[in-house]
Design a binder for this molecule. Structure first.
Ligand SMILES: Cc1ncc(COP(=O)(O)O)c(C=O)c1O
Length: 399
């Protein structure tokens, strides 16, 4: 067997199942799951319709590159969204459709990493678990870049030792962040772009939450936008990951894309040809419809805004809770250990949240996810309000 398989950590939801074992929560309180980041708003009808209307496409083997119309739609969307002049992203060489960003984040690492060079893959800590698995299975050593409260829950690139940058072949960044909801600034991007040039590594920018932002007038900056503004109009060493799962409430569609550096994408395309995971034709048509519409995304943002307002209003008197600039997560500091908090909350209130330490590793003498829980505001607003009230009762019972 592949020896790297034994390096993989149990997935957070396996740990969560163990944490719940043997506990019977109060039967009178219906279960509320705030632990999983799965969007629950309805998938827009027009996306479903586009899928149905193209079911005849099931007779075709799809191609790895995808339909030219899909790639053009994605290239145009990327330019519109990130202030890049029309035509600034080439649909032929700088875009590839992927079956959700999860598989793409994983497979990009397999294509990029040269295991012969003692490679390091840098990732935020806590982090979306795929980054680590992708690094380990590619034969690289993960370097965990803590995102702590003192730094506004953002990675401090200056803290990375020179020897690590020298071995770095790939860095994952996640902005807006899961689980923190924080957003990298253009200055953060510029700093990283300069480092990527100096040490010659690829930046994989996971932007699957960029469309779920709080301030309608202030959408999160994307990496290609920063690269373009810095004069890196070929997006050298930059790859972004965008998804319809959160933006368009279509996690089951399995649709996203990667875009950026044509040289990286050329090799990645070669890898994907053998990996064999093209996007089904009906999914491509549904994706074209989704990327071409912004109204449903605006509506989606408003639903999250309303939930954040209602949730925070109830809890702000009993804990230090803040509204993230983007994402659908609250990253809450816990007055007791995160695992104990999650377990007792489940036992007493039948609510599940995710202990922060399940999303992070010990690094630099600390575990930056400890004493935090991730609360995903995915349930309908009535359930989120009910959950906030029960969490308030629970927190009050602790003092
Ligand atoms: C940070 C982050 N990246 C990527 C993904 C994968 O999303 P998808 O594969 O649905 O595009 C998720 C899903 O929860 C996520 O939280």
């Amino acid at each position: 067997m592949n020896p790297h398989l034994s390096q993989l950590h149990p997935y957070p939801f396996e740990k969560l199942a163990t944490l719940k074992q043997g506990i019977t929560p109060p039967a009178g309180k219906p279960h509320i799951a705030l632990s999983i980041g799965e969007p629950k708003h309805a998938t827009p009808h027009f996306i479903q319709e586009a899928l149905l209307q193209h079911l005849h496409g099931l007779t075709q083997y799809p191609t790895t590159k995808g339909l030219p119309e899909l790639r053009q739609t994605i290239a145009d969307w990327t330019c519109r969204r990130f202030g890049i002049p029309a035509g600034g992203v080439d649909a032929e060489t700088q875009v590839l459709p992927v079956n959700g960003t999860r598989e793409a984040l994983f497979s990009l690492a397999q294509a990029v990493i040269d295991p012969a060079e003692k490679p390091v893959v840098i990732m935020p800590n806590p982090f979306y678990q795929i980054y680590e698995g992708a690094a380990l299975l590619a034969g690289a050593e993960p370097y965990y870049l803590n995102t702590v409260e003192a730094d506004g829950y953002l990675p401090d690139f200056d803290s990375v030792p020179e020897a690590i940058w020298q071995r770095c072949q790939l860095i994952f960044i996640c902005s807006p962040g899961n689980p923190t909801g924080t957003v990298l600034s253009p200055a953060d991007h510029q700093k990283l772009l300069a480092l990527a040039e100096k040490y010659d590594f690829v930046i994989a920018s996971d932007e699957c939450y960029t469309e779920l932002y709080d301030d309608e007038a202030n959408p999160p900056q994307g990496l290609l936008q920063s690269a373009y503004q810095a004069g890196n109009t070929d997006f050298k060493r930059c790859v972004i990951f965008q998804s319809l799962s959160k933006r368009s409430n279509a996690p089951g569609l399995r649709s996203g894309f990667v875009a950026g550096d044509a040289e990286v994408l050329k090799q990645y395309f070669k890898y994907r040809t053998y990996h064999g995971c093209p996007m089904p034709v009906p999914t491509q048509h549904a994706s074209i419809a989704a990327w071409n519409d912004e109204e449903h995304v605006k509506h989606n943002r408003q639903l999250y805004r309303d939930k954040f307002s209602a949730f925070i209003e109830i809890l702000q008197d009993v804990c230090d809770i803040s509204r993230p600039p983007a994402s659908f997560y609250i990253w809450l500091k816990t007055p007791i250990s995160d695992t104990e908090f999650a377990q007792k909350l489940f036992a007493q209130q039948n609510i599940m949240v995710l202990p922060g330490s399940y999303l992070s590793r010990d690094s630099g003498g600390i575990n930056p996810g400890a004493d935090h829980v991730r609360i995903a505001l995915v349930a309908p607003i009535e359930e989120c309000v009910e959950a906030a009230q029960r969490i308030k009762t629970f927190i009050n019972s602790l003092s």
